[in-house]
Design a protein around this ligand. Structure first.
Ligand SMILES: NC(=O)c1ccc[n+]([C@@H]2O[C@H](COP(=O)([O-])OP(=O)(O)OC[C@H]3O[C@@H](n4cnc5c(N)ncnc54)[C@H](O)[C@@H]3O)[C@@H](O)[C@H]2O)c1
Length: 348
């Protein structure tokens, strides 16, 4: 690795643009190559980025000048691409979910450890200032004993969204529906704040879309620390609202809506602190920032963490072990809904 960290993207669809924009704003990193099974897509994307296009990512991985690969393919292909990249000597950051099966995630972690190549999993909202702030407050014990932790993701996707690419809304490549694709962001934040889940009971349904997977789900959770929680996730709630994370403890309660703190009531906080937090445009609800810019910034923060982890030899904030956790919860919700039984974690 030279002064400049040289990145490639595999999968030139919707989210690839967010990564390319984030990389363009990073100091010391450059997007040099992109690959997509559709040659047309890789060529048109490469032309906008000043990068080299490939139709076969394996051919791209032969380039000795590549340091890292960003995996932006359909979810069920993340492990396959990540493993090939690490075996070719490249560090990897993959989009969420890490993959769609835990055995594939374990294989990715093993290959990362064997090759010594870093593996990171996108969960960009862990880098929102609101999330970092709440996580720190919990670590400092400011909420006291945790009591309830809730993830509410009442979003809306038209049928055209599912029809826009053959893999969307399929078990084989999306791995599920509203939970694994959309709600997983907030589910990951929930477990990051609340700690490991002990058991799950759940129901899922397909209500408004022509898809084989769920577009609505609810789950009741018991965390290992004794706290309880709920997950509600859907892509059927017109017109869709902001994802909401709520954490309640014996000494306070905090809510995050979208990427902003909207409620901050702690026994040890002053009125001044509350006002400062919720009127801070980066953390609070009063900001007028362009949501698209905030979205891109969170990806950028995570990509910067990935490159810094490689340069300094530390673990990325969301490494393979961390990235697997949200998926484990989602898959346990599916199993609980399918069997009608309480599912205990860890599941293997
Ligand atoms: N972090 C986020 O906020 C966020 C947002 C959207 C999507 N995502 C994730 O990003 C991933 C991609 O989603 P998307 O909406 O960009 O999908 P998309 O369908 O728009 O793009 C996927 C691209 O991968 C290409 N592809 C498929 N198989 C390939 C292969 N074998 N080799 C190379 N390219 C291949 C497709 O041709 C397509 O261009 C998904 O896992 C999704 O969950 C994350």
């Amino acid at each position: 690795m030279g002064e400049e960290f040289r990145l490639a993207i595999v999968g030139c669809g919707v989210i690839a643009k967010t990564h390319a924009e984030a990389i363009a704003k990073m100091k010391g990193a450059r997007l040099v190559a992109v690959a997509d099974i559709s040659r047309e897509k890789s060529e048109s994307f490469a032309a906008t980025q000043g990068a080299t296009a490939y139709a076969d990512y394996l051919e791209m991985l032969e380039r000795p000048d590549l340091d890292g690969v960003v995996v932006c393919t359909p979810s069920g292909l993340h492990g396959e691409v990540a493993n090939a990249a690490m075996q070719a000597g490249k560090h990897v950051i993959t989009e969420k979910p890490m993959d769609i099966s835990l055995s594939r995630c374990d294989e990715m972690i093993r290959i990362s450890e064997r090759t010594g190549k870093k593996l990171a999993v996108i969960s960009q909202h862990r880098f929102d200032l609101a999330s970092l702030f709440l996580h720190q407050a919990i670590e400092q014990g400011r909420l006291g004993r945790l009591v309830l932790g809730d993830a509410h993701v009442k979003w809306y996707r038209k049928q055209e969204y599912y029809d826009s690419a053959g893999w969307r809304g399929t078990w084989r490549l999306d791995g599920g529906g509203a939970l694994i694709n959309q709600s997983i962001h907030t589910i990951d934040l929930l477990q990051w704040m609340m700690g490991p889940v002990e058991s799950i009971q759940a129901c899922t349904a397909t209500l408004t879309h022509r898809i084989e997977v769920e577009d609505a789900a609810v789950a009741a959770l018991r965390f290992k620390n004794g706290a309880l929680g709920v997950i509600e996730g859907t892509t059927s709630a017109y017109p869709g609202g902001k994802a909401r994370l709520e954490v309640y403890g014996e000494r306070g309660q905090v809510s995050i809506s979208g990427d902003r703190l909207v409620n901050w009531q702690l026994a040890d906080s002053s009125e001044q602190e509350v006002q400062a937090l919720i009127s801070d445009p980066e953390r609070g609800s009063g900001g007028t920032q362009d949501p698209a810019a905030v979205w891109g910034n969170a990806h950028r923060a995570q990509l910067e963490d990935f490159v810094d982890a490689i340069r300094t030899g530390r673990r990325p904030l969301v490494d393979g072990h961390e990235g697997r956790k949200g998926l484990e919860i989602v898959l346990a919700v599916y199993e609980a809904a399918r069997t009608g039984k309480e599912v205990r974690l860890p599941s293997r």
